[in-house]
Design a protein around this ligand. Structure first.
Ligand code: XMP
Length: 538
């Protein structure tokens, strides 16, 4: 079930805080979402909108400041993205970063020119006006990250340069919006990236100091606001929520439960393809620990029966998607027959999905795998969507989960594919093969956790490769399974690197698996990054 892009679909509950917000207008920079993250680190709510978002959408957030991102264009190119009139009319502070600064200068009567050689890398900045509130507390010569082909060479009337570098005499500028008093600031360098060590201070100065926002946006305040918004919109209606055991759907269910109690019914379909003890943990945490009204259905036999003889990865995904819909539909109808129809369906959609589906390039990206989650639900189950996590990043969801009392085991669980172990048991899925993989996988994860490395990794898992190998176990020749271990580091799962796990850890895991899972006589470690491989083996 795809969530439409940049606009919440009609009927969607919008749990955004009615608190102070900063709007980041995106001019095509790969760093726009980083700007949002940095502002949120200052405990102020921020959201990214396309630069040409209609004025109403910007105004609806009642922004206390506007930040213009960088971008790949040049202000003097025909058709270059421009500065919408409402930005300066809002009367709030405006910060332009890189292209954003050039745009402000160009728009307000300054001049922008290409530099002789594109500047990319660290630069030492000289602060020329140490008393400027944007620069408060910064050292005299901070290091900053530059990446630009143009720069401001003449200031707009009434503006002054407040920082410079050897190659960029106007590295930061300050002035006020014409006809008003709202501060306008431009930075040629990027305060949002980690390569600018004082960047967060600068953003804090602008957001808290100049814009005067209060640092009140926390997991706790998010929960309070979300509860109010959910209650207001759901009213006395019933909400159905599918939970998979992953952090997103578990947090969504826990949050909804906090808001509307037994108006929420969570449905957990155990597809028989989960990891060792996973089903038990999920049910125990949500139902027993948090008191969520959870319908748990053990559909493992049905899934495995339909997977018999299916070996093609995409065919497996189709079967699993289809069986899931059937099981979910059955339970939804039974629960509706029991307590009345459901008006709402809750999903654990996160902000990166919302941002990404608004980007045309990602829409056009070639399909590598079909990623099923809830799959297409039947049309006659006509729901309105509730997406209480729609504006949160993953780490914020984890913070909310912890604040709601979910155990670390769920909050810090790494992402697990909807088709589960079916795409980690290569070839045919049988109970026996799943059992072998479950044991090997549990040993690997346990040892990585014991070594204190689990949280730093994107995903950690074992794969039953389907290959057989000759071994010698207890003086006997064996012909056993080959298990592969996969551990990755990644920022976004679009690309990934294989984790450089310590050899002694790998040795311990291999030895434990071969000893404790007698069907396995060989363990290998996957040293392929993505690309060319993918994260999962199927
Ligand atoms: P790949 O293997 O495509 O994985 O590099 C990237 C991320 O997506 C997860 N993944 C899936 N998630 N349904 C899902 O919900 C799927 O069919 C699926 N296949 C891969 C994978 O675990 C990784 O986090």
């Amino acid at each position: 079930m795809d969530t439409p892009a940049d606009h919440a679909p009609p009927g969607t509950i919008d749990p955004r805080p009615h608190r102070e917000a900063v709007v980041v207008l995106d001019y095509g920079s790969q760093y726009s979402r980083l700007i949002v993250r940095r502002i949120r680190e200052c405990r102020v709510y921020a959201e990214v909108l396309p630069w040409d978002a209609p004025a109403d959408r910007v105004r609806a957030l009642a922004p206390r400041a506007i930040i213009l991102s960088g971008g790949p264009s040049s202000v003097y190119e025909a058709g270059a993205p421009s500065l919408p009139a409402h930005v300066l009319d809002l009367g709030v502070p405006v910060l332009g970063i890189c292209y954003g600064m050039q745009l402000l200068a160009h728009h307000l009567g300054g001049q922008v020119r290409p530099v002789e050689r594109r500047e990319f890398g660290h630069a030492t900045v000289t602060i020329d006006e140490p008393g400027h509130p944007a620069l408060a507390g910064l050292p005299a010569t901070p290091v900053a990250w530059m990446s630009h082909g143009d720069q401001v060479v003449a200031l707009p009337p009434g503006f002054r340069s407040i920082a410079s570098t050897g190659t960029c005499p106007i590295a930061a500028m300050a002035g006020t919006a014409p006809g008003g008093h709202a501060p306008v600031i431009g930075l040629q360098f990027h305060p949002e990236v980690a390569h600018t060590p004082q960047g967060l201070d600068l953003i804090r100065n602008v957001v808290l100091g100049i814009a005067g926002c209060a640092p009140t946006w926390t997991a706790g305040s998010f929960i309070d606001d979300a509860i109010t918004a959910i209650r207001a919109q759901v009213g006395p209606g019933r909400v159905l929520c599918g939970v998979s055991g992953g952090v997103d759907s578990s947090v969504a269910a826990a949050l909804l439960h906090r808001a509307i109690g037994d108006q929420l019914t969570a449905v957990f379909v155990d597809n028989g393809l989960l990891r060792k003890d996973e089903a038990r943990t999920v049910v125990a945490s949500l139902r027993e620990h948090l008191g969520v009204h959870l319908v748990a259905v053990d559909a493992g036999a049905d899934f495995l029966a339909h997977l018999a003889g299916v070996t093609d990865p995409e065919a497996k995904r189709m079967v699993i998607g289809e069986r899931f819909v059937r099981a979910f539909e059955r339970e939804a109808r039974a629960a509706a027959a029991d307590g009345g129809p459901f008006e709402f369906l809750a999903q654990g959609t996160l902000y990166p999905d919302v941002i990404e589906s608004a980007t045309p390039e990602t829409k056009a990206a070639a399909k590598i795998k079909t990623h099923h989650n809830v799959g297409g639900l039947p049309a006659d189950l006509a729901f309105r969507l509730v997406e209480p996590l729609r504006y949160l990043f993953k780490d914020e969801v984890r913070a909310v989960g912890t604040a709601l009392g979910l155990p670390d085991e769920i909050v810090w669980r790494d992402p697990f594919p909807g088709p589960g172990l079916a795409v980690r048991v290569l070839g045919e899925i049988t109970e026996d093969r799943l059992a072998v993989l479950r044991e090997a996988d549990a040993i690997f994860v346990q040892e990585v956790k014991a070594a204190g490395l689990y949280r730093g990794l994107g995903q950690v898992f074992a794969v039953l490769t389907g290959a057989r190998s000759t071994g010698v176990q207890g003086d006997y020749r064996t012909y056993g399974h080959v298990v592969a271990l996969r551990a990755i580091t990644t920022d976004d799962y679009m690309t990934a690197d294989w984790a450089r796990l310590p050899f002694d850890l790998l040795a311990r895991v291999a030895s434990r698996i071969a000893n404790e899972v007698p069907q396995v006589n060989r363990v290998v470690y996957d040293v392929t990054s993505k690309p060319p491989a993918t994260v999962e083996w199927e």
